[in-house]
Write a protein that binds this ligand. Structure first.
Ligand code: NAP
Length: 245
C-alpha cells in the first residue's frame, strides 16, 4: 500500500484520447511503459493515429452520453484485456451560453458527458480495477470548476461536480483505489481562429504569463497515477497560477 504505483505494463484507459489533452496524456503514459487503451467518441482516424504512436495501443469507441454504452465499454475492456489498473476520465464538452438563455437540452448536453459519464466511468472502472487488486483513477476537471465564469455557469457546475465526485469517491473506493483530479488552466491547440483573441485576457491574468501544454497536464496525471495510496481525494490545478490570481 505504501509503495508507489509502477505503471509500467499496467492497463490504463484514457477517455477522449484521440486528440488534444487526452492524446498528450496517452502518449506520455505509453512512453512510461503503460498499456494505454485509447477511447474515442467520433474521432476514429485521430484515435487510430494516436494508438499507433502509443505502440499499437487498443482502440475503444463509446458514446459516453449513454450509461448503457459505458457499461458495454467496460465489459468489452474486461473481455479483451482481462483487467484494468487505472482510468483517466478526460473526455468532456465545452459550450458557452448566457445563463438566461440556456435550455434543458443545452444543460444535459454538458452534464451527460462532463459529470454523469465521469461518475459511471468511475463506477464501472472501479469494479474492474478492484478485480485487478486495486489501482488509480484521475478525473480531469477544470479551472472552471474552481473559478466562476458567467457565460459558462453550466460548464462550471459540471466541473465543480467532478471535483466533489473525486473527493467523495476517494472515500468510497479507499484503500484499494485512489481518486484524484487535475484541473487544467488554459491549454490551447491553435485549432480555432478566434482562440488567440479569446484566451489573450486569460493569459494576461495568468501569473506564469503563458498558456499551458498537454504534456504539462500529462505530468500531473502521471504524478497521481504513480503516487502511493496516501495521496487521494486531491485536486491539482495546472494553470500557471490562474486559480490563485
Ligand atoms: N483545453 C483546455 O484549455 C481545457 C481547460 C480546462 C479543462 N480542460 C479539460 O481537459 C480535458 C481535455 O480537454 P480538451 O480541450 O483536450 O477536450 P476536448 O477536445 O474538448 O474533448 C476531449 C474529447 O472528449 C471526447 N468526448 C466528448 N463527448 C463525448 C462523448 N459523448 N462520447 C465520447 N467521447 C466524447 C471527444 O472525443 P471524440 O473527438 O472522439 O468525439 C473529444 O476529443 C476535458 O475534461 C476538459 O474539460 C481543458
Amino acid at each position: 500500500m505504501s509503495k508507489p504505483f509502477d505503471i509500467a505494463g499496467k492497463v490504463v484507459l484514457v477517455t477522449g484520447s484521440a486528440k488534444r489533452i487526452g492524446r498528450g496524456i496517452a502518449l506520455r503514459l505509453a512512453a512510461e511503459g503503460a498499456r494505454v487503451l485509447i477511447h474515442y467518441g467520433s474521432s476514429e482516424q485521430e484515435a487510430k493515429k494516436t494508438a499507433a504512436e502509443c505502440g499499437n495501443a487498443p482502440v475503444y469507441r463509446a458514446n459516453l452520453e449513454s450509461v448503457t454504452e459505458i457499461e458495454r465499454l467496460f465489459a468489452e475492456i474486461e473481455s479483451r484485456e482481462g483487467r484494468l489498473d487505472a482510468l483517466v476520465n478526460n473526455a468532456a464538452r465545452f459550450t458557452g451560453f448566457d445563463p438566461m438563455e440556456i435550455k434543458e437540452a443545452d444543460w444535459d448536453f454538458i452534464h451527460s458527458v462532463n459529470l454523469k459519464a465521469v461518475f459511471f466511468c468511475c463506477q464501472q472502472g472501479a469494479r474492474l480495477i478492484r478485480k485487478s487488486g486495486g489501482g488509480r483513477i484521475v478525473n480531469i476537471s477544470s479551472l472552471g470548476g474552481i473559478r466562476p465564469w458567467a457565460d459558462h455557469a453550466h460548464y462550471c457546475a459540471s466541473k465543480a461536480g467532478v471535483i466533489m465526485l473525486t473527493r467523495a469517491l476517494a472515500k468510497a473506493f479507499a484503500p484499494e483505489i485512489t481518486v484524484n483530479s487535475v484541473a487544467p488552466g488554459v491549454i490551447p491547440f491553435g485549432e480555432d481562429q478566434t482562440e488567440p483573441t479569446r484566451i489573450a485576457p486569460l493569459i494576461r491574468a495568468t501569473p506564469a504569463q503563458r498558456a499551458g501544454t498537454a504534456d504539462e497536464i500529462a505530468g500531473a496525471v502521471l504524478y497521481f497515477l504513480t503516487a502511493t495510496n496516501f495521496v487521494t481525494g486531491q485536486l491539482l490545478a495546472v494553470d500557471g497560477g490562474l486559480s490563485q490570481a
